[in-house]
Design a protein around this ligand. Sequence first.
Ligand code: ADP
Length: 701
Amino acid sequence: MAGAAPTNETQLNCAQAAQADMLDFVHESILMRTPDGRITHWSQGSQALYGWPKENAVGALVDDLLSSTYPLPIAEIEKQLNRNEKWEGEIRRVTARGESLVVYTRWALQRDAAGLPARIVESAFAVGSVGQAEALRASEYRYRNLFQAMAASFWEIDFTPVGAMLRELRAEGVTDFAAYFRKHPEFVREMMRVSRIIDVNDQTVALFADGDRSKMNLPLDAFWPDESIHVYAESVLAAISRQPNYSTETKLRKTNGEIFDGLFTACFPLESIAKGTLLVGVIDISERKRAFAELGRSEARYRNLFNSMGITCYQLDISGVIRIYARLKAEGVTDIAEHIHKNPGLITEAMQATIVTDVNEPGIAFVGAKDYAEVLGPVSRFWPADDPEGFRQAFIAGYKSDARFETETSQQTLDGRRLDVLFTFVSPPAMREAGLALVSLIDISERKNAQKALEKLQNEFAHASRISMLGELTASLAHEVNQPLAAISANGAAGLRWLDRPNPDTAEVTTLMRRMAADAQRAAEIISRIRLMASPQTPEKAVISIGSLLQEALLFLRHEMQARGVSVTTELESDLPGVLGDRTQLQQVVVNLAMNAIQAITSTQTPHRLIKVSCTLPDDRGIQVSVDDSGPGVAENQRARLFDSFYTTKPDGMGMGLPICRSIIEHHGGTIWVEDGSLGGARFCFSLPPASAGITSGNHT
Ligand code: ADP
């Protein structure tokens, strides 16, 4: 066996040499190498491709000569080669000119008689320079990826048989294919049947065959319901008329028979037309259609609501204002109120940029327009020039991205009326992104009038309650007036006695007369205070001192308290600021609270009959007045109801005292409440905002 080997080897070499010469006629590079990579044959094509002459190449190691870079580890390639006898793939190599090249190579392994690897024959051709090949590969990769990975279903279809059918038709003298297709739907069906599906991507399988590829083995016409035959016909016409593509919405059928809405697109690039293939894409738009229909329905619902609501609603295009906001933000404006103050023109600009784009039925009449179209346009027409405050506030709220803003403001109508309205502006983030906002306007002129009527009624009630209170205090008041009158009468009698003397003492008489004048003055003052309390009047606010107000009120009650054995103490913090208010009204509050306290104390048999009136200035609540008593107090569960109208526990009570007190205090910007007192009974407190620094109670008391 040992002798036979060289013979065989020689024969093989001769045959190879002949073969190698032949290979020179082939344009491709053909090289042979030993399993360890030493080049034994180097064709003309190799020289042309790599630039190395045969002399340099033969005997050299292929990878040294050409600096090969393989797509896989070389051991892996060799493993495949050993297993399959062949390998093919792209290799990057460097030519004699130093140029980097991508070559597509096919390797064949030849074995010797013993079956051991003898040599490798390699053919190669250039795929391109590295850049080109990579770009190509990348783009192919991208498209293949796209083909597989896109959410769309893709079909590659061979329509050469369709071409044959059409040629036949033309030969028969048919020129108007469109008319022919319309008349012969069965011909269109036949075209579908002969179109061959070459490939579909995974999305197609998922969409049409529930993910089961084997179910896709159907003729194309299985996927086209009758109602969509015309779509197929039109796509064929588009292809014939050399349009680059054709796209439409159509119904398609799944393998399970279900019909759905698809967006169908056929592409006819010239190269594929030449090959007789076309690419079709289908996107499932049933969801979108459903959503769209639902949107339409919900939009209709909202439009119904929009129109049938009794209140005015309009839609605004605020994109212009959003641009203003962006500009201001870019300028770094943080204190927007301050910025508006310095640039009053900004408000006019923003009003001009806020456009009414839709209005509901009630809104047209509300703004005094002749018709719908007249309402549309900038909102500047609805804001009174002398009262843009509501818009200013809305603009500020918008700058802070508030989704909602509400205020009571006035609007002017297109027919020249002025309305008090509750203005509500909403623009949640999604709407704002679309540059939209909704506004509703509710006419509150009526409410305002009702409020005014209520205030008047309350004043009348307050008056009535003052009168009834004065009625209760008659004894006290009579006593108050009686005191100075008695003094006057006594002093008058004494004065007469001094004058009756043989030597009238004029000095003494003068003193008495002065006292009489002072007492008369006191009586007059008491009477004028009673008259003030008793006369109906519209409230007038002035800066008043709480200290003196408390003293006066207690003066009214002094006799009442004495008569019922109730003693009162007052605690006034010094240097209290004044309050802005109506003297008579606030006096009424204090008298009311004190009267309630007296009544509460006398309703029990308590030996301690005490009232403490104090006035303090806690930091957070402004000026606070409290009336403490030693009565039975107010049960926890009754507290909430005390301030309700007509709530009373007294047999002859009206239940109007505390509601009136609350309304007066709230009108003064304060609050009133009840809590447990320090004398064992209730403590009624009210707070009032201080008028301004500098005016103190001390100045007045
Ligand atoms: P009226 O005095 O006519 O009952 P008010 O509104 O002044 O009406 O008072 C309502 C109720 O509040 C009284 O009936 C009483 O039950 C309770 N109330 C008011 N002040 C006091 C107080 N100082 N102590 C205990 N209960 C009080």
